[in-house]
Design a protein around this ligand. Structure first.
Ligand code: FES
Length: 100
């Protein structure tokens, strides 16, 4: 198992871009819980870390496709999805993202 350890510096409901070892991840903290998904939208590559969080999903900032933060499933285009990463909360605002 390989982990990326990150200090979360974003505000609640705002994404933080994490780039490490070839991974580009959008990290969110919503209602005290962390979520990590692939940063690039499968439509045209919008940065989901810049998206708006609403109702348990993030809306792509370019054309508004919605992605469930827990599953990565796209609510706008069924069948489309982004990868989800397992996140472990550590001390303070530090989290560990499982990438393999
Ligand atoms: S690039 Fe994300 S919805 Fe178009």
């Amino acid at each position: 198992m390989k982990n990326i350890t990150v200090h979360y510096s974003g505000k609640s409901n705002e994404g933080q871009l994490v780039q490490s070892e070839g991974h580009e991840i959008a990290l969110f903290r919503v209602d005290g819980r962390y979520y990590a998904i692939e940063n690039r939208c499968p439509h045209r590559g919008g940065y989901l870390a810049d998206g708006i969080v609403r109702g348990g999903q993030v809306l792509c900032p370019l054309h508004g496709w919605g992605f469930d933060l827990s599953t990565g499933a796209c609510s706008t285009r069924p069948g489309e999805e982004v990868r989800c990463y397992e996140v472990h909360e550590r001390e303070g605002d530090e989290v560990s993202i499982v990438v393999l």
